[in-house]
Design a protein around this ligand. Structure first.
Ligand SMILES: [Zn+2]
Length: 284
């Protein structure tokens, strides 16, 4: 099988002790391609280091590094963030832009003591939009795909994207959770949509129905590992010492479940997702 993880965070500090075990597990699970996203300036050297060492150590695994400032990290950026981001992208023509985006949940619904947001200044939406548009413009200027995070701000996202310009190769709405009605207008602008294993939890009925409507030529699959844990029966892989972390090898099970959801054979789904992944993330 040739499974492609359209969105993960293998450079996250929480995964660092597990990296030597993760790569063989990915290969054993049939995972051949991964997009590794950086979300803040401190992440970017680790993403670059992984991308540099994997080709020699694991020739069967292809990494697309991706560099960006996540909306959660927007408020804590340094004065030189944009210059640094430009340097990382210029240094690797295969690198993508992301994870970037808009997040209203952080402002309106997140608890004041959410540990995932500890120490972060929560940037207001106009500031998030400004930083998002700056990074989108960089993706356009360098002809790179972009990976977008959006929670509770899909109207503003559509409006921002419609103002353009947009990356000619398209962009990924990772773990898309907007409405069915917005799928067509986003797709018309070049969107791809990645299904996450966390959406297999019984309560996510709406999200599974949503992913039955995504055009097949725009469908991708992702883990967001170590975040977004799939429910236990769809998470056969786990870290014994850190069961709260999502193991990226769980991607294979997500493919199987999505094939059932879309009433496709696993091999048909795998072939079409690989073609979509190649079109968006890999240069012809
Ligand atoms: Zn992510």
């Amino acid at each position: 099988m040739m499974f492609c993880d359209a969105h993960n965070h293998l450079a996250a500090p929480a995964l660092a002790p597990h990296i030597p075990a993760i790569f063989p597990a990915l290969s054993a699970a049939g995972i051949t391609h991964v997009v590794v996203n950086g979300t803040e300036e401190a992440d970017w050297p680790t993403v670059a280091a992984l991308a540099a060492r994997v080709p020699a150590e694991r020739p069967a695994l292809h990494i697309t590094p991706s560099y960006g400032l996540h909306p959660w990290d927007t408020g804590n950026r340094s004065p030189t963030w944009l210059e640094t981001l430009g340097q990382y992208l210029a240094a690797d023509p295969s690198a993508a832009v992301g994870e970037i985006g808009l997040d209203r949940w952080m402002l309106d619904r997140a608890r004041a003591d959410d540990p995932r947001l500890a120490g972060l200044r929560r940037a207001p939406l106009d500031e998030q939009r400004d930083i998002f548009q700056t990074q989108l413009a960089l993706a356009v200027a360098l002809d790179r795909p972009a990976t977008i995070h959006c929670i509770d701000a899909f109207g503003l996202l559509l409006e921002t994207l419609q103002a353009g310009p947009l990356p000619p190769r398209g962009f990924l709405l990772h773990a898309y959770s907007g409405s069915v009605e917005l799928v067509a207008p986003f797709a018309a602008l070049g969107a791809y949509f990645s299904f996450n294993g966390a959406y297999l939890a019984p309560r996510h009925v709406r999200l599974r129905a949503l992913y039955q409507t995504i055009p097949l030529e725009r469908l991708l699959v992702e883990t967001d590992a170590p975040a977004m844990q799939a429910p236990p029966r769809h998470a056969p892989h786990a870290f014994a010492a850190a069961p709260e972390l999502n193991h990226p090898a769980n991607l294979a099970d997500t493919y199987t479940a999505l094939a059932t959801l879309r009433e496709l054979s696993l091999s048909t789904l795998t072939t079409l997702v690989a073609a979509n992944y190649r079109r968006l993330f890999l240069r012809a």
